[in-house]
Design a binder for this molecule. Sequence first.
Ligand code: SF4
Ligand code: FES
Length: 267
Amino acid sequence: MQEIALKGFGEVVKTVTFRVKRYSPENADMPRYMEYKVPVQRGMTILDGILYIKEHLDHSLSARYSCRMGICGSCGMIINGKEKLACQTQILELGKDLIKVDPMGNYEIVKDLVPDLSKLFRNHQKVKPYVLREEESPTSEYLQTPEQREEYAMFTDCILCGMCLSACPTNAADELYLGPQALAQGFRYISDNRDLGFEERLNVLDSKHGVWRCHFSGACSEVCPKGVDPALGIQLLRQLLTENIFVKHKQKGTTRGPERKSASGVS
Ligand code: SF4
Ligand code: FES
């Protein structure tokens, strides 16, 4: 640790205990917590603490990370009971001497703090997260005004960390539920004025495990590290689907979703 201190963080301010959930598939019926004493320097994050444990105390501890700057979305875990990015959570700011670290919920665990995010990515794929058009290749530029982009702009900030799905009580009860991330992305694309895939996504979004399954606990939006509001996306998606029932009668033959003036003002 002194070596790390000299290289970057400065003097040790205090020592905290990390209580980390350990799990291995070989002993799947025996998950347990292990405690590690971690000397803390100013600026150290939970991820730094975990890497300290790995390097100095227990090489067998597994965690996933990559960018270490809140961009890749790899290091989501439950820190003192709340989903957080480990690389964006300062140890000293937690103000605790005991820090409990669990893997994200609602996922199978590969090992220790590493969740299997396949479900998240599968659900994301199901909503076809790209602009759908009828023509095979573009014939011209698909123009969009800043106001049209604003309709869905917030939802483009999703980094696929999966923390909203971890916090979601509906997913805990229905593991086939599409989940807040995928539903918010469904809204993002069908509210894009360049997209023509409204009907094509309906069988997934408007299904038993789709948008109507959410009961608005709002936990997803509380934990999102990028300020995305998936609960709002789900409400706006419901509004679009409901409007479409009426619009279908007026716009026979179109595959587009209904035109909307603004996404704001919807509670
Ligand atoms: S909506 Fe937020 S919490 Fe959910 S996957 Fe995207 S960035 Fe993570
Ligand atoms: S390591 Fe990339 S977001 Fe934390």
